[in-house]
Design a protein. Structure first.
Length: 403
C-alpha cells in the first residue's frame, strides 16, 4: 500500500476528542486522503515538443490508441515554457535538438524550478551515440529513446513515467494531509499564530550555526511545523484551558508526543523528523517525557527545537501569561540550564545568536528551492490559501536563502 494509503487508514482511526468543538479547524480539502486513481499510466496531460509538426503528429498517433491522453504541442522550447506557465502537465516528450533552447538546457531549467522539478521528461533523438544519451540523462531527462521509434516501446515508456508521476503525486498528497493537520492544530489557538513558522526559522538558524548537514536542516524545518501535530487528538479544554492541568489531564497532554510520532510514521520521507516529534519535551537531567531520556541520549535535533520552542512560547502572549521581553526569556532559559533541564552548550549558542541578531540575518533560513522542501511548501501555501478563504487574511512568510 502507498504511504498515502497507510496514512489515510491511520488517520481514519483517530477519534475526535469528546469535549472540544473543532468547528474552527480548517477542513482538509475533500479527496486528499483518497487513494490515487490507478489507471496504469493510460491517462494524463502530455506536452510534445518538436520543431517538426510531422514528428509531433507521429507521436500522437502512436499514443492515441494506447490511452486517454490530452496533448499540448510546442515547436520551440520557449513556446513549451509558455504552455507550462498556463497548463498543468503530467509528462513531457521532447526532442533533444530544438531551434532556440537546447534539449539539455531545457531539462536543466525545468529541474531547477520548484514548480516543475518533479515533472518527468522523455527525451527523443535521431542522433546516435551513447554520449548524447548521457548528456540528456545528466541534464535531467528521466528516459531516453532513439529514433526510429517503436510504437510499443514508446507507449510502455510513457505509461511507466506516468505511473511514477502518480506515485510522486500520492506522496505529495500524504504530506499535504500532514501539514494540513499541523496547520489545523496551530489554528485552534490564536495565541500561537505563525508559531510553527518561527520555530522552523530559528531552529534552522541554530542548526546552521552548529554546522549541521543539509538533511538535518531540512528535518529541523519540517519539525518546526510537525512537532506538535499529536495535539490534534488532545481536547481543547486541556490545550487551551486557563487553569492548571490536573494530574489526569497532564497524562493526556503528554501523549501528544507519542501520538504525533504515530501519525507521521507512515511517511518514510519524514523518518528524520520522528525523533524531533517524540523527544522535544525530554529534559537534560532525564525528568522529561515520554521516555525520560537524559543528556546526549536526547536526539540533537529535538534538543535544538525544544530550546527555540521554549523561547518563542516565552516571548509570545498566551491566555495564562504576558509576553516576556527577550532579556526575560533568555534569563528563563539560563535558569532552566541551572536546574539541569536544558543542554547548556546549545542554550549558550542560542543566546549568542540572539545577542548578535543572527536569527534574523546572517544564518536565518535555508534555501527553499531544495527539492526536499518543495512539496511541504506547496502544502503550506495550499493550506494557507484555504484558510484565507474562510478567515482574516494573514501572510505566511516564506523563507529566504541563507546569506
Amino acid at each position: 500500500m502507498s504511504d498515502a494509503g497507510s496514512l489515510s487508514n491511520f488517520l481514519s482511526e483517530l477519534r475526535p476528542p469528546p469535549e472540544p468543538s473543532l468547528s474552527t479547524i480548517p477542513a482538509i480539502p475533500a479527496g486528499l486522503s483518497a487513494e490515487p486513481i490507478q489507471d496504469g499510466g493510460r491517462s494524463g496531460r502530455l506536452l510534445l515538443i518538436d520543431s517538426l509538426e510531422i514528428n509531433r503528429r507521429l507521436a500522437k498517433g502512436m499514443l492515441r490508441s494506447a490511452g486517454q491522453y490530452e496533448f499540448f504541442e510546442a515547436a520551440t522550447g520557449r513556446a513549451a515554457l509558455d504552455i507550462l506557465e498556463k497548463q498543468p502537465v503530467d509528462l513531457i516528450v521532447m526532442d533533444l535538438m530544438m531551434p532556440d533552447i537546447s534539449g539539455p538546457e531545457f531539462c536543466r531549467r525545468l529541474k531547477s524550478s520548484r514548480k516543475t522539478q518533479l515533472l518527468p521528461i522523455l527525451m527523443i533523438t535521431s542522433m546516435q551515440g551513447a554520449e548524447h544519451e548521457v548528456l540528456g540523462i545528466d541534464a535531467g531527462a528521466d528516459e531516453y529513446l532513439t529514433k526510429p521509434l517503436h510504437p510499443s516501446v514508446l507507449r510502455a515508456r510513457v505509461r511507466a513515467l506516468l505511473r511514477h508521476k502518480t506515485a510522486i503525486d500520492s506522496l505529495d498528497e500524504a504530506e499535504t494531509i500532514l501539514f494540513a493537520l499541523a496547520q489545523a492544530v496551530e489554528a485552534r489557538d490564536s495565541y500561537t499564530a505563525e508559531h510553527c513558522q518561527r520555530l522552523a526559522t530559528y531552529s534552522v538558524a541554530l542548526g546552521v550555526a552548529l554546522g549541521l548537514s543539509r538533511p538535518e536542516l531540512v528535518a529541523l524545518y519540517r519539525g518546526g511545523f510537525l512537532h506538535d501535530i499529536g495535539k490534534v487528538s488532545i481536547p481543547d479544554s486541556i490545550l487551551h484551558g486557563s487553569k492548571r492541568l490536573t494530574d489526569a489531564e497532564w497524562v493526556i497532554m503528554k501523549q501528544h508526543t507519542v501520538r504525533g510520532e504515530e501519525i507521521c510514521r507512515p511517511m518514510k520521507s519524514l523518518a528524520p523528523v520522528l525523533p524531533i516529534i517524540r523527544s522535544h519535551h525530554e529534559k537534560w537531567d532525564g525528568s522529561g517525557y515520554p521516555d525520560g531520556l537524559s543528556g546526549e541520549n536526547i536526539p540533537l535535533l529535538a534538543r535544538i527545537l525544544q530550546i527555540v520552542d521554549i523561547f518563542d512560547a516565552l516571548i509570545t502572549e498566551r491566555t495564562y501569561k504576558r509576553a516576556f521581553t527577550v532579556e526575560e526569556a533568555t534569563r528563563v532559559l539560563e535558569d532552566e540550564v541551572t536546574r539541569g533541564w536544558r543542554d547548556p552548550e546549545l542554550v549558550s549558542l542560542f543566546i549568542s545568536l540572539l545577542n548578535r541578531n543572527m536569527l534574523e540575518s546572517t544564518a536565518s533560513l535555508i534555501d527553499t528551492d531544495w527539492p526536499e522542501l518543495s512539496s511541504m511548501l506547496r502544502s503550506l501555501q495550499g493550506m494557507h490559501s484555504g484558510i484565507q478563504a474562510a478567515s482574516t487574511p494573514q501572510v505566511i512568510q516564506m523563507p529566504k536563502p541563507v546569506l
